[in-house]
Write a new protein. Structure first.
Length: 636
């Protein structure tokens, strides 16, 4: 977490990034209901899909006073056709990145408040943990980014190998995670018991002071002579956590390199981070037999060139089996940087690993919803806020941020001691984590400035559309899916998650035969649904192998899509059946003269050799308008 004592002046999108503006005053902290009541997601039915709706609204201009928190509304349903309203089209055949998880951090502050401060009874703590992590009775948080040692939200300075002034421990004989055994590790372990999908990330704010050139926990440079020892420090941390029953999925070399004085922090430059990662950290993980992935940067979009480019531009690092991708913070620059880097390195994953709520933010609900949507529409695979919990004074803190808020507020030592408030951040996080599961694919949905949104398809096939009304008046929203749609009026400033099941075939697009040359049908050879099965001409017989469902430019039979082999675009590329994946090889659109065109290649679906014999393979070829390129297709 960066210091709030310095205004940040490098923002390009001030309305979307809370710390991109200077603090000009304090707003009242969020106080929501003490015990949130969250409905269990309901299962929708087949054709004419039922749509479940969950809504969060706030009553103040700061977006903090929760009126409805993930409150389930009356279900609605898809109906045939389309209508008026803010139009959002969901196309699950176009897929992007997979979701890894979302959540916050068990800082020393959060873990101590919830576990051993004396503020909460064991029963209250367990109830809060369920509301945070249980996927059914809570919001199902599934990503924890825990500090490796002290941060600004801690009670004091510490690392896992502190030594008296003037002493060193290059062999790490005094290494111990004893500090975390009290609160951080037990609660992380409990979180994983409540939700086995929880992923854990570890990140240091500072190396032990004796490794640094200034002998301090604040700033200072890691001395080159201790690069190897520091890499072993990471390995020992990972091994100790694994031995305690909590494997750590991700680490980064440094939280916010070179930021900031006044609390635990450390200075780096880009070449130093690249060298340490390549020559020390990754080899240490290999030697220890650890599968933990290393993420680069863990800092803002506008810090990429200075601190991450040397790491990411090194192919040896990118191709290392223990390299996991990019970690981004949302306090400076433009979120579009994530897409810029993705376009340069498409296989490198993007994780959004920190963006705190805080009293400096003009409208917390608006901020959160824009972040949730913008990060993931720019290839982010996670959304991680900062501390899970703070007290009523937004502490305890160890320098740095004294105005950061959490998902919950634990009252400790005031007139409401022992009570827990669930802030708006709890509910905005729940709009994602309760309904989008790890392994879900982001799917296409229409960008809309009045109603920004993002859509997902879960591994079980269920859909979740998350939307926010970014206007001052109620907005009629029309969601199109296949050839059906539903309408909903979204209140001003409201957050919503819409969920439904089924496929565009039984929830939208029409189904029928594709007929062509010689009056014969496009047929899946031998009725096989195996990937790569030939699509051919054959006598029309009404079998499932000849029933094609049209939806959003695709044609599906036997649960799979009409596809071009190996994504080919050349004349003669054969048509086949393949898993639907949203690529251009599975896109088709009606052309002139009854043709069916693949828009990527610009070529037409064609019966090979002008033959109408049974078994004639379908292919693509230059559009010539011949009878072997004329088709009657279902619409959708």
């Amino acid at each position: 977490m960066r210091s709030l004592t310095r205004p940040h002046t490098g923002s390009t999108r001030l309305h979307r990034t809370g710390l991109r503006r200077a603090v000009t005053g304090l707003l009242a902290a969020a106080v929501a209901v003490v015990t949130p009541m969250l409905a269990t997601p309901l299962t929708a039915h087949a054709a004419g899909e039922s749509v479940q709706v969950w809504l969060t609204t706030t009553s103040d201009s700061g977006g903090r006073n929760v009126v409805k928190g993930l409150e389930q509304q009356a279900p609605i349903a898809f109906t045939a056709g389309s209508g008026s309203g803010q139009s959002v089209t969901v196309d699950e055949n176009t897929r992007y990145q997979q979701f890894e998880g979302a959540g916050a951090s068990f800082t020393d502050t959060a873990a101590w408040l919830m576990n051993s401060s004396g503020a909460l009874s064991a029963a209250t703590r367990d109830a809060v943990m369920k509301k945070l992590f249980d996927p059914v009775n809570g919001i199902g948080i599934d990503f924890l980014r825990n500090p490796m040692g002290a941060s600004d939200l801690a009670r004091d300075n510490y690392t896992f190998d502190d030594m008296p002034s003037g002493q060193t421990d290059p062999g790490l004989a005094h290494f111990s995670i004893a500090h975390d055994l009290a609160d951080v590790l037990p609660l992380t372990k409990q979180a994983r018991q409540l939700n086995p999908a929880v992923k854990v990330m570890g990140v240091p704010w500072s190396a032990p002071a004796w490794m640094k050139d200034n002998g301090s926990m604040s700033l200072g440079w890691l001395q080159a002579q201790y690069y190897g020892a520091y890499a072993q420090y990471f390995a020992k941390y990972l091994q100790a956590y694994q031995a305690a029953g909590v494997p750590v999925d991700y680490i980064s070399a440094q939280n916010e390199p070179t930021c900031c004085g006044g609390y635990p922090s450390m200075q780096w430059n880009g070449s130093g981070l690249a060298s340490f990662t390549k020559n020390n950290l990754l080899p240490a993980l290999h030697t220890a037999g650890l599968s933990t992935k290393v993420l680069a940067l863990d800092w803002n979009w506008d810090q990429y060139d200075a601190f991450a480019a040397p790491t990411l531009d090194d192919a040896a690092i990118r191709n290392d089996p223990n390299f996991g991708g990019m970690a981004w913070h949302g306090y400076g620059g433009d979120v579009a940087q994530q897409t810029t880097v993705h376009n340069r390195y498409p296989t490198v994953k993007a994780f959004d690993t920190e963006h705190s709520g805080g009293t400096w933010i003009a409208n917390q609900q608006k901020e959160d919803m824009h972040n949730l949507i913008d990060y993931t529409r720019n290839w982010g695979q996670s959304w991680v806020k900062w501390s899970l919990a703070v007290d009523q004074n937004m502490g305890p803190h160890n320098g740095g941020c004294g105005t950061c808020t959490g998902l919950v507020t634990v009252h400790n030592g005031d007139s409401r001691s022992g009570q827990v408030d669930y802030t708006v951040e709890y509910y905005t996080m729940g709009h994602l984590t309760k309904f989008v599961k790890p392994g879900a694919y982001r799917i296409a949905s229409t960008a809309n400035t009045s109603v920004p949104n993002v859509a997902w398809r879960n591994p079980d096939g269920s859909k979740a559309l998350i939307a926010y009304n970014d206007t001052g008046s109620a907005q009629p929203v029309r969601v199109n899916w296949g050839n059906q749609s539903f309408a909903y009026t979204l209140p001003a400033g409201a957050s919503a998650t819409f969920t439904w099941t089924g496929t565009p075939g039984n929830g939208g697009g029409s189904t029928g035969a594709i007929t062509g040359f010689g009056g014969k049908c496009a047929d899946v050879a031998a009725g096989s649904s195996a990937n790569g099965t030939a699509v051919q001409l054959y006598d029309c017989n009404g079998s499932a192998a000849q029933q094609w469902t049209a939806s959003a430019g695709t044609y599906k039979a036997l649960g799979k899509c009409l596809d071009l082999a190996a994504g080919g675009t050349a004349n003669g590329t054969k048509a086949q059946l393949y898993d639907c994946n949203g690529t251009g090889a599975q896109q088709w659109q009606p052309g002139s003269g009854g043709t069916l065109v693949n828009p990527v290649s610009g070529r037409c679906l064609d019966a090979t050799g002008m033959s109408s014999a049974n078994g004639t393979r379908l292919q693509i070829w230059d559009c010539a308008g011949g009878a072997n390129q004329q088709w009657t297709v279902p619409t959708g």
